[in-house]
Design a protein. Sequence first.
Length: 142
Amino acid sequence: MNRPLGYPLLMIRAGVVVWSVLIVGAVGAVIAFGARGSGNEFSAAQAQALTKVVPTTLTGARVAAAIALQPQPVAAFQRTPAVKTECISHGSGALRNPWVCNVRFRKGMEAHYLIAVEPNGSYTGVGSATITGCCIKVPTLN
């Protein structure tokens, strides 16, 4: 069999190229497996996600925080901020409607409201005045 004159050199070059690719691939695999860690971070994050307790009912603190932002039911120039707000549920279910809220203002005046919270976080109330508002963080399934 007649081989070209540069045949051995050509075979050496081909071997060097093949072995170079294999070595670079092996080094890359070792680096990739080393960088991914032992999986402890993933296991810890998964355990935390599985044990996270999502509230399934609305709390009085969330309702009170929203009601405390309502203005005092007096003339605008006489208004003072709320200093204490308490809301107690008189219902069941996720939203626990209706809520009875008592608000004490800085100069001693008190306001009393019967509040209904909607699933979207908006609310309406009647009592010392008629109030409406939004953005109470309500429980969700997701």
